[in-house]
Structure formats: structure tokens, C-alpha cells
Design a protein around this ligand. Structure first.
Ligand code: OXD
Ligand code: MN
Length: 584
């Protein structure tokens, strides 16, 4: 592997910046970066009495979500990327991108950020170096990853690292490309400043590249929160849960139990809200580490009811992106605690008042639906004392969650690991604002990894099965759906803190403390075992499995699996056939 200095030199020659600044994360350096950012207008200082340490960034309006259509896996053969990824041959990708990066930092400063995903020096962690020309990106990376001398020391001692090159390239949509070269441990991202496209430690490294490395090294990199639930006796059980973007992972990761459970002594301990790296421990259990050091969460809908812990977390040292600005330089978004104030500036920088409409008469949001906050995990009031433990935490339950207004019950349990893998592999969910595309449209999102799996998804499902074979005490696997609606289009389940009641049922199942009812698709709670303030009839409806709906649902999976040809494990097909037989 080339020396890291050689790589940085190579990139400098390509991008030809005016100067190069190495980021060490010192307080003095951060202050200088902020000052430079305020001066250039890249970031705006917020009211320091009300929001100490906080600032604001407005994206280019053409650059507010991940652009999956411009995201590529560049492996030497197309089959390695598989049918669910965009693929580009590495030679073509490098050639096209070089044209974009050539001179892209002319007159600008090139920042070099050595960072670690996971506790520095842990055998579970990965090192990266991100080069970027955006101060906003540097300041986000300083929150989301671990930056500083210990990382430099590892690099100096010859540690392997992911080469992460990023340039705003004038935020030109025609120059936007998010390229992953798993075989070269390299990421090149141009033309976007949006978090998921530009903070390369996050989706690009910790999911796409890491999933590829994990396949070769025998572990899993997943789009999952990790959280611990402590019972009144002081035992903590950890869950890992995968939901598509903007489906409530962050809220679930720091769920506040309903008061009656708090009174009994239940507590929640957050380990991570977005990414889990999972390994088989020497004890045969599955262990999880959160590779990140911050939260990059969706602002709209975050309030003291949906996520009181997050409201405390983001009260200081937080970057707000594309929310609305109030007169007093504090922030506002749809679904926050405060009624609509007068005289705001919206995420586009325009004056905004309640009822503001665009030229076509459409009501305008003050905050973009995918507006975000970036906050240090250390500020989370319910942060697990084990969040940075290099061994990770042992996982008792894996939860797959989708946003489905119909068909999928509130919760059901798989018969075993392989059936659980099948459940995850067949997930479909309604599209949200976190990715470009039509909101509400149903799309396949296996294990919530469709945008993030860095290799052929058939190999990925097979790898999940292999990992299960190596587990002596595998976690139980569940599917949940908080979003089922009744005939009138109303959500049937209250969600948020009430989801804790479903978590308790799942953990009781893990400890064999409660029985379950068989259905053709898996095991569901017996009415009465979900301790909720809803009528038995509503609970029954929430848990109902409609045979004809499921026959159609399952039938549609055949086509999805067929695209993988003989690469897909027979064991997945077996699950499909067994399930189909239940309905004939
Ligand atoms: C995220 C996403 O930002 O999934 O976490 O889009
Ligand atoms: Mn995510």
C-alpha cells in the first residue's frame, strides 16, 4: 500500500488547490475553520446565547438528498456489483472523474482529514483519509468521526486506510458522481456537499466499502441502530434494528419508555442510530459496534414528544442544515415544538410566513423535508457507557422495519435465522425524502441496504446465512411495521415511545418468557401480550395477516430473486417455496 503522504500528494497534483491544511481536530483549528466559514458565507453563526456552539448551512437547492442514480460501485466485473447497484468499470470511472477533479480546487484550500470509523485502534475499526474543499464537510466529519493525533499515529505506523477524495466541483449536477472502488479501497465523490454523498466516512465508507470488506473478512456492515434496554433488575439487552432512511431509526435508538415503564425502572441506552458493524464473538454471540461518533438526523418531526433525548442532544454544538431560520437566529422546522413564528427565512433563503406558496400555488415548507442536524453523540443524555467499547455490545434481537401502510403486521418473529434473512431480504418500504425519487412509492429495500450494499446482493444474502451458521447463540430476528393504517387512512399504532411496548414483547421472546401465535408468515404476539392502551380489536387488526394480500406479496418476491440467477443460495429459495406452499 502506498504511503499516505504519497496519496495526498497525488491528489493535490490532480486538484491543484492554493494550499493544503491537515486537520487535527484541535479546538483552535475548529475555531479558525468556523471563522473562515462565516467569512465566506459557507456557514452562518446562530444565536450563541440560545444555541451555543451551533451554526447553520444552506445547501445548493439542487443538492439536498443522496443521489442514488449517480452512485456507482466500480468493480472490475459487473457481476460483483450485482443487479441492484449502478456499475461503472473502474477505468471509465477514474477517467471520467479525473476530468472533474482536475483543477477542481483551484484557488481553494484542500483539507486533509485523517479519521477512524470505530474506536481508534480497535481491531473492529477502519481508518480513512478524506480530502475535501468544503469547510462544512470538515466540520461535519469532525463530529461524525474520530479525528486527531492517535489516527495520525496509526497512519504513520503504516495502517491500511480508505482513500476518500471529495470536491464540491462547483456543485454542478453535471459533475456529480459518487464512485466506490471496493477493490482499491477508494471513494471518489464530486459535485455534491450533501451529507450522505460528501461525508465519506458515513454511507460510502462505513456501509458500501465496509460491507465489501466485511464480506471478505467474515463480518457484517449494516444500516442499523444499536440500543440497550435495561430492565428493573439492571440487565441490559441490546437490539440492532434496520429501517430505511427517515423511518424512525434515530427516534427508536433513543426511545423514551412510557412513564409507567420508567417508574418500574426500565431505561434505554443508546449506542448508535444509523450504522452497526457486527461480528461473531468468541462466545458464539453477535457483537455490535457503532463506527460513528455523531448523529446526522432528520430535523422535521423531531420534537419533545417524538424524541426528547435528541432535543437535548441538539441544544448545543450542532450544525443545522436546510432548516428554517427565525428572526433571532435560532432554528425552526415543521413538526418541532414551537408553533409557526412570524417572519422566518426558509431553507432557500427566502422570507417565509405561514401559508407561503410557490408560483404554482403549492404550499412551501419552511424547512426542507430532508433538513438535518449534525450533533456529537457524546451529548446524548441516554448514551450507553459502552457506546465506544472496542468489543462492542452483544445483540439479543435483530429488527427489520419497513414503512408499510398495509399488509405487514405490527410485529412478527422469524422461525429461525435463515427465515429471518429471508424476511430482511424481502423488505419493501414506502419511499421518503431522504433519497431522490417519488415520496410514498413502494420500493424494495432489503435489510434497508439497497442504497448501501457495496457488492452483489445475492452474495450479501448468502453471507448473512454464513454468518448465521457461525453463531452458536444467534439473535432472534423480527420484522416490525409502525406505519400500518386503517381503512380511513389513519395510523393505527401511536408509535414513538409506545414502540417500547413492542420491544418488550420481542425481548420477552428472546428470553422465552412469553409464547407466540403461529401464522403462515411467522410468529405474532397473542392479543393481550402487547401491553398497549388500545382495544383488543385494534391490536388484532394491527397484527392481522391477510392470506390473499400475503399470497400476492410473496408472489412478487420471485421476480426479485430471479434476477440474481444461480448466485443466490438455495436456502433463500427454499424459504420462498416453503412460504408459498402455505398459501396453496
Ligand atoms: C441517512 C440516510 O442520512 O440513510 O442516514 O439517508
Ligand atoms: Mn441512514
Amino acid at each position: 500500500m502506498a504511503n499516505f503522504n504519497d496519496w495526498v500528494k497525488e491528489v493535490e497534483t490532480l486538484c491543484s488547490p492554493r494550499k493544503v491544511v491537515w486537520i487535527d481536530g484541535s479546538a483552535e483549528q475548529v475555531e479558525n475553520l468556523k471563522k473562515d466559514g462565516f467569512q465566506s458565507g459557507e456557514i452562518i453563526e446562530l444565536n450563541q446565547d440560545k444555541l451555543p456552539g451551533c451554526f447553520y448551512h444552506r445547501s445548493n437547492p439542487n443538492d439536498v438528498a443522496r443521489t442514488e442514480e449517480l452512485t456507482f460501485i466500480c468493480t472490475s466485473d459487473k457481476e460483483s456489483a450485482g443487479p441492484t447497484n449502478n456499475w461503472m468499470a473502474p477505468k471509465e470511472a477514474y477517467t471520467r472523474a479525473k476530468e472533474i477533479f482536475k483543477g477542481s480546487m483551484d484557488g481553494k484550500t484542500m483539507y486533509v482529514i485523517p479519521f477512524s470509523m470505530g474506536p481508534v485502534g480497535s481491531q473492529f475499526s477502519k481508518i480513512g483519509i478524506q480530502v475535501t474543499d468544503s469547510i462544512y464537510v470538515v466540520l461535519n466529519m469532525l463530529i461524525m468521526t474520530r479525528v486527531g493525533k492517535p489516527v495520525m499515529d496509526l497512519l504513520s505506523s503504516g495502517a491500511e486506510f480508505t482513500k476518500c477524495l471529495h470536491s464540491l466541483a462547483g456543485l454542478d449536477e453535471k459533475k456529480r458522481l459518487i464512485l466506490h472502488f471496493p477493490e482499491d479501497n477508494t471513494i471518489w465523490s464530486a459535485g455534491s456537499g450533501y451529507g450522505g454523498n460528501a461525508l465519506l466516512g458515513k454511507k460510502c465508507l462505513a456501509l458500501r466499502i465496509a460491507s465489501y470488506l466485511a464480506k471478505n473478512e467474515g463480518w457484517l456492515a449494516e444500516h442499523m441502530l444499536i440500543t440497550g434496554i435495561e430492565d428493573p433488575q439492571g440487565n441490559v439487552d441490546y437490539i440492532a434494528a434496520a429501517f430505511p432512511s427517515a423511518c424512525g431509526k434515530t427516534n427508536l435508538a433513543m426511545i423514551l419508555p412510557p412513564e409507567e415503564f420508567e417508574r418500574k425502572g426500565y431505561k434505554v441506552w443508546t449506542v448508535g442510530d444509523d450504522i452497526a458493524w457486527l461480528r461473531v464473538g468468541s462466545d458464539g454471540r453477535l457483537w455490535a459496534v457503532n463506527p460513528e461518533a455523531g448523529f446526522f438526523g432528520v430535523a422535521p418531526g423531531t420534537n419533545s414528544k417524538s424524541n426528547p433525548n435528541m432535543m437535548k442532544t441538539i441544544s448545543r454544538n450542532t450544525i443545522f442544515t436546510n432548516v428554517a431560520l427565525k428572526d433571532d437566529k435560532t432554528v425552526w422546522w415543521e413538526g418541532c415544538d414551537e408553533a409557526v413564528p412570524d417572519n422566518m427565512t426558509d431553507w432557500l433563503g427566502n422570507k417565509w410566513n405561514a401559508g407561503s406558496k410557490d408560483k404554482a400555488g403549492k404550499t412551501l415548507f419552511a424547512a426542507h423535508p430532508n433538513s438535518r442536524f449534525t450533533a456529537p453523540i457524546s451529548q446524548c443524555p441516554c448514551l450507553s457507557p459502552k457506546w465506544s467499547d472496542s468489543k462492542g455490545v452483544p445483540i439479543s434481537a435483530i429488527i427489520f422495519g419497513a414503512r408499510r401502510s398495509g399488509v405487514v403486521p405490527l410485529v412478527y418473529e422469524s422461525h429461525n435465522w435463515t427465515h429471518g434473512v429471508y424476511m430482511g431480504a424481502t423488505m419493501r418500504s414506502e419511499r421518503t425524502a431522504a433519497q431522490s425519487g417519488k415520496v410514498g412509492e413502494l420500493r424494495r429495500d432489503p435489510m434497508a441496504m439497497i442504497p448501501f450494499c457495496g457488492y452483489n446482493m445475492a452474495d450479501y444474502f448468502n453471507h448473512w446465512i454464513d454468518v448465521g451458521d457461525n453463531l452458536k447463540s444467534p439473535p432472534k430476528i423480527f420484522q416490525v411495521n409502525w406505519f400500518r393504517k386503517d381503512a380511513g387512512g389513519q395510523f393505527m399504532w401511536p408509535g414513538f415511545g409506545e414502540n417500547f411496548r413492542v420491544l418488550l414483547w420481542m425481548l420477552a421472546r428472546c428470553k422465552n418468557k412469553v409464547s407466540a401465535a403461529e401464522t403462515p408468515i411467522g410468529l405474532i404476539p397473542k392479543i393481550g401480550d402487547i401491553d398497549a392502551h388500545l382495544s383488543p380489536a385494534v391490536i388484532q387488526q394491527l397484527l392481522s395477516v391477510n392470506n390473499s394480500e400475503w399470497e400476492s406479496e410473496i408472489g412478487q418476491h420471485n421476480k426479485f430473486f430471479e434476477q440474481f440467477g444461480t448466485r443466490l443460495s438455495e436456502r433463500i429459495w427454499q424459504e420462498q417455496y416453503t412460504l408459498q406452499e402455505q398459501f396453496v
